[in-house]
Write a protein that binds this ligand. Structure first.
Ligand code: RIB
Ligand code: CA
Length: 312
């Protein structure tokens, strides 16, 4: 029985890389393609990094398509301060041999959705939403063909990480996020409120290293590099593993919880630019447009993650 068809849109980034590995290691999912976007690091690097991860997983067969090199309107903001110059600092892996597809990410998304029966493909954005917005602009008729968009982005009770009000993925391209959140596509959002519960602990790193595999060592190296910024910034007892939460949610939703809410995107005020305004208490009376995930069983999440990484 083949898995749930998904396309992952990503800006690797160490946490994106772990999310890609989790998806590729899980038979419950069928990765139909990977599209890359500028975000954590510029597009040439996110497009390189996605292929590095595919080859690390032994999956040079996966189609990787490069997309937007900058947001729809705003200048690009990157996060080398978190992810390092390459975006995959922490592990020394060979340059990829597999090619990038010639097709633009937005065209790949539109074509895949047109070719598949309506309601088949789930889109999993893990970075700024520029490619998704471009696809929706180029072919509005794909809206009813998308089964669901399950994304990492936003924050509400937890505030922001790019500004006091905004989480990085949304902050980088608020106009794209507004297009996605007003599109009518079934949406599930995993914001900082839940990903800040997925804190990397020393015991998790020890278990990854104890696997004695090239993948386990690479993941441990990435996470040791990646977490230092959040630990210094938030004083957390470990870095939050944001993007893999999206993948785990797809096939183990029972370890998460949340509720249907109306979510709007601030795309005008500089003070709150990129804020996800989550009507958690239903005070606006506006129709819910998104399932907002707020809770996670962290140990179940890491058990699942490590068990799957061990398979690669
Ligand atoms: O704010 C965290 C998000 O921004 C994650 O997806 C991380 O990879 C960066 O893209
Ligand atoms: Ca990301």
């Amino acid at each position: 029985m083949s898995g749930r068809p998904i396309i992952i849109d990503t800006d690797p980034g160490q946490d994106d890389a772990v999310a890609l590995l989790l998806a590729l290691a899980s038979p419950e999912l069928e990765v139909r393609g990977i599209t890359t976007v500028a975000g954590n690091v510029p597009l040439p690097l996110t497009s390189r990094n996605a292929r590095v991860v595919c080859e690390l997983a032994g999956r040079a067969d996966v189609a990787v398509c490069a997309g937007a090199e900058r947001p729809l309107v705003r200048p690009l903001v990157t996060a080398e301060y978190v992810h390092g110059r390459t975006g995959l600092d922490g592990a020394d892996l060979p340059e990829p041999q597999m090619p990038l597809q010639a097709e633009h990410a937005a065209d790949f998304l539109v074509r895949a959705l047109r070719e598949e029966a309506p309601g088949t493909i789930t889109l999993c954005p893990l970075g700024p939403l520029t490619n998704i917005a471009l696809a929706l602009q180029r072919a509005p008729e794909i809206v009813p063909r998308i089964r669901e968009i399950v994304l990492m982005g936003g924050g509400f009770f937890e505030g922001g990480n790019a500004t006091p009000a905004a989480e990085f993925n949304i902050y980088v391209d608020p106009q794209a996020a507004d297009i996605v959140f007003t599109s009518g596509v079934p949406l599930t959002m995993l914001p900082l409120d839940v990903t800040h519960q997925a804190l990397i602990k020393p015991r998790h790193l020890e278990r990854l290293r104890a696997l004695g595999t090239r993948v386990g060592d690479a993941v441990a190296g990435w996470l040791e590099f990646f977490e230092r910024y959040d630990v210094e910034k938030y004083g957390l007892e470990g870095g939050p593993l944001h993007d893999p939460c999206v993948i785990a949610y797809l096939f183990h939703p029972e370890i998460f919880s949340g509720r249907r809410c109306n979510v709007r995107i601030e795309a005008s005020s500089e003070l709150t630019m990129g804020m996800t305004v989550v009507d958690w208490w239903g005070v606006t009376g506006l129709q819910p447009n998104c399932t907002v995930i707020r809770r996670l069983d962290s140990e179940a999440f890491f058990d699942l993650l490590i068990e799957r990484i061990a398979r690669l």
